[in-house]
Design a protein. Sequence first.
Length: 368
Amino acid sequence: MAHNSVFSKIFLSYLKKHYSIKENDSTELGKVKKVLIVRQHNQLGDMLASVSLFRAIKEKYPDSKIYLVVSPVNKSAVIKNKYVDDYFVFDKPKIFLPTRFIKFIKFLRQGFDVVIVPSTVSVSFTSNLISRISKSRVRIGVKSLDGKVNESSFFFDKRIELDWRKDPDSNVADFILDIVRPFGITTNDFSSNITFDNYDLDVANKFVNKIRENKENRLIGLHIGAGKPQNKWSLNKYIKLVELLDNHYKCSFYLTGSKFDEEELNYVKINSKVKIHQFINHTIHEAAALISISDLYITNDTGLMHVAGITHTPQISLFGPTNPFNWAPYGEDKIFIRKSDLIDDIETEDVFEVCKLLLNKSDGKEKN
């Protein structure tokens, strides 16, 4: 570890000496036609929260084109996105394959007016370096994040201090704009966006027609997985919740997930007295289409929570250690529940009461 630290310092010193850019405090960006945004170091939810940034750029520069460097994990968030003109998938294990590397360099060196490296939770040296390799007239990046200095800020001529502590309950879709607000780039619309088309809706409707025993049944989706163990609500509580809902309403239930959730999905399938169908290994666009035609969606704090957040479907998001004011979806009938840093402090009855509130509210809308 000590050797790595020494090497890192020497490497950074070399880069600073040979590749640093003089800082420029001007808030003028000049003519902006092509913008590169580097977000290869973030998860799906972070990318979906970036839509407010894309929208703000398009509102300020309507004729501009937006290009992205994304990762295999978050690329699905920008497929079909109306604000994104092109993107490159930065896959670290494969990036130095000769043909892949050449394509990457060509993508970066095509010429941009501005490159932006947003940061929300952490600063990525790799993303900063990518911005420096790119051919761009202006480079905007983080000078410090929450008081911690970005040691590779010398790659940027526009260096911005970002600090969650100034407004600790601000939503990430709002906070992400702080890196461009000094340049007059902002928006009042913090909503995310996933575009699903008729094909996606067709997939969703075929699934619903297959599982819905009665057209009058409420269609309720649940997402029981999460990338982080501390964000997973108890499977037994999910099972109990389904049983409570089934006792009080006529429902058809489904679980969303992927191959990474197989253990949890199988556990629920085996132990639930109520039949719960599975909608797994589908694209997020197909999942969004399905959620959009559902009556209620209940989810842990994870990527599918943000996907559901773009729909108008009533939604309950369950939180543990993460601040829901930062990450919970915006909108009417988008409700989060958090009791403490331990997600399992949330009781089944807590969630059921909110389910009743939302389902009964939808009854009122239908009668009206």
